[in-house]
Design a protein around this ligand. Structure first.
Ligand SMILES: Nc1ncnc2c1ncn2[C@@H]1O[C@H](COP(=O)(O)OP(=O)(O)OP(=O)(O)O)[C@@H](O)[C@H]1O
Length: 260
């Protein structure tokens, strides 16, 4: 077991606003974390630091054993899978699904005239099959449903065989069927011992895939709780974070929450 992410006293200040306030957090390579918290709590900012896409204003962030600020980010980033709507917006709408995934191997979006190696093409095809997208390989990205696009984003982010996988609200905007299909795939992936460490931001406890092991709850840029799911994801901690009385239920590894 090795740590893939270590934040120590990390603060982020932007335009005089403290977005993260002395956050300390460690993620090990066999852990699957969910980050929950109200709008504006700082969840995406945490992911940005984990993705080496942002530096802390103070404190230290060590990603894959490399301290941010002392490492060549272009070497580090291929080892980090990051699926987000912001990333998807950079993908040309007419890009073929196979190419959306394949181009991750070269850290670009939009295929031009590059030649790709057969090995990379075979890996992209395998990844598409794993995420139930093989029948869509020749379709344009822009023609896919939201649910299919979300799965392509994840397939692209695992194409490079990353050591940490970051997912920013992968189930947002999905209908019930598409959400359940995605959660089923994420559960299977989370439970494989060969999968990398996973950190997923979500707004809803209903979107926590079975197999996730840890929860970090954030409010106002500070950690309310962080640790194994059974301890950290509690009605009391959610109530503190959201500032209202919340009831939490668990059924066969899936969660539901409501205000009481
Ligand atoms: N460049 C910036 N300058 C000033 N404030 C910023 C900047 N970037 C983010 N913020 C603020 O920092 C806070 C945290 O933002 P962040 O996107 O990390 O929150 P979040 O928990 O992901 O929110 P949401 O659930 O709404 O996506 C928000 O109040 C946001 O407005």
């Amino acid at each position: 077991m090795a740590s893939v992410l270590q934040l120590t006293d990390v603060s982020v200040v932007r335009d005089g606003n403290t977005i993260l306030d002395s956050v300390s957090w460690t993620v090990d390579d066999d852990q699957r974390w969910v980050i929950l918290g109200p709008n504006g709590a700082g969840k995406t900012t945490m992911l940005q630091i984990a993705a080496a896409a942002m530096h802390p204003t103070s404190g230290t962030a060590v990603v894959l054993q490399e301290r941010l600020g002392k490492v060549d980010l272009f070497e580090l980033r291929p080892m980090i899978g990051f699926a987000s709507t912001a990333m998807a917006r950079k993908v040309p709408k007419n890009e073929k699904v196979l190419d959306v995934v394949l181009t991750a191997a070269y850290s670009v979006t939009g295929r031009w005239t590059e030649e790709y190696e057969d090995m990379d093409i075979r890996r992209a095809q395998r990844v598409l099959a794993e995420w139930k997208l093989d029948h869509l390989a020749d379709r344009s990205f822009g023609s896919l449903s939201d649910g299919e696009q979300k799965r392509v984003q994840i397939a692209r982010s695992v194409m490079t065989d990353p050591e940490i996988l970051l997912l920013d609200e992968p189930a947002s905007s999905l209908d019930l069927g598409a959400r359940e299909e995605l959660l089923h795939l994420l559960s299977g992936y989370a439970r494989e011992s060969t999968s990398p460490a996973i950190v997923m931001v979500t707004h809803h406890v209903e979107e926590i895939p079975i197999g996730f092991t840890h929860a970090l709850i954030l409010a106002d840029g500070a950690i309310v709780s962080a640790g194994p799911l059974a301890e950290s994801l509690s009605a009391a901690n959610l109530s503190t974070a959201f500032g209202l009385s919340i009831e939490l239920d668990e059924n066969d590894g899936r969660f539901t929450a409501r205000a009481v």
